[in-house]
Design a protein around this ligand. Structure first.
Ligand code: PEP
Length: 222
């Protein structure tokens, strides 16, 4: 079964990168691209947003609602990415409200969870993730999860394959039918091995998604 590849450009990219994606990928149903809002466009690839407001509409200058995302054909949206939690103080409650907005507009929220380095070193990973599971997840199970250890994002470090497998087994035991992604320093060097882990349904790729050759290699492994 094909695995998913979700490319999160973060606040990076350009019209050139968009064109490179258009040339490299077309009509691929297991690739989702999350460019910055200004590059969101329909070009034959599944599109995701990197963020959404937690209310349906109103006087919130500069914000974008889930209804608007749906209106322009967006099918997926990252919510609760650790950079949003860290730099924009997003709480579990806010993440849950955003996920609910997405669901109400027919968008699949990709809810990001992950432990800090100190949680990891103190053996607290399962507890932290269980707490996030309880706090962030809406009652409807129409969401995906991206497990992204905070200490692995953009660092070149990853958990061992058996650690990734153990976390995904734990998540799967709670959520039998939810798509589970791994994210955190996925590269062309480790993607093939990560894809062999049975409860990993795909990967969320940050930095490596900015290089068209690298993301193409990762996609080919999927
Ligand atoms: C991310 O930001 O979701 C991410 C996984 O980043 P990177 O691949 O660069 O670690």
């Amino acid at each position: 079964m094909k695995k998913w590849v979700v490319a999160n450009w973060k606040m990076n990219g350009s019209q050139d990168l968009l064109n490179a994606y258009k040339n490299a990928f077309s009509n691929l149903d297991n690739l989702i691209v999350c460019p910055p809002f200004v590059y969101i466009d329909k070009f034959g690839i599944n599109l995701g947003a990197q963020n959404v407001h937690h209310l349906p509409n109103g006087a919130y200058t500069g914000e974008i609602s889930a209804q608007m995302l749906a209106d322009v054909g967006i099918n997926y949206c990252l919510v609760g990415h650790s950079e949003r939690r860290q730099f924009f103080n997003e709480s579990d409650d806010l993440v849950k409200a955003k996920a609910v907005q997405c669901q109400e507009s027919g968008i699949t929220p990709i809810i990001c969870i992950g432990e800090s380095l100190s949680d990891y070193l103190n053996g607290q990973t399962s507890q932290v993730l269980s707490q996030q599971l309880n706090n962030c997840f809406p009652s409807s199970l129409k969401f995906w999860i991206a497990y992204e250890p905070l200490w692995a994002i953009g660092t070149g470090k990853t958990p061992t394959m058996s650690e990734i497998a153990a976390v995904h087994d734990m998540l799967r035991s709670h959520l039998p039918n939810v798509v589970l992604l791994y994210g955190g320093s996925v590269s062309s060097a480790n993607a093939a091995e990560i894809f062999t882990i049975s409860n990993v349904n795909g990967v969320l790729v940050g930095g490596a998604s900015l290089d068209i050759e690298t993301i193409t290699k990762i996609y080919d492994f999927a």
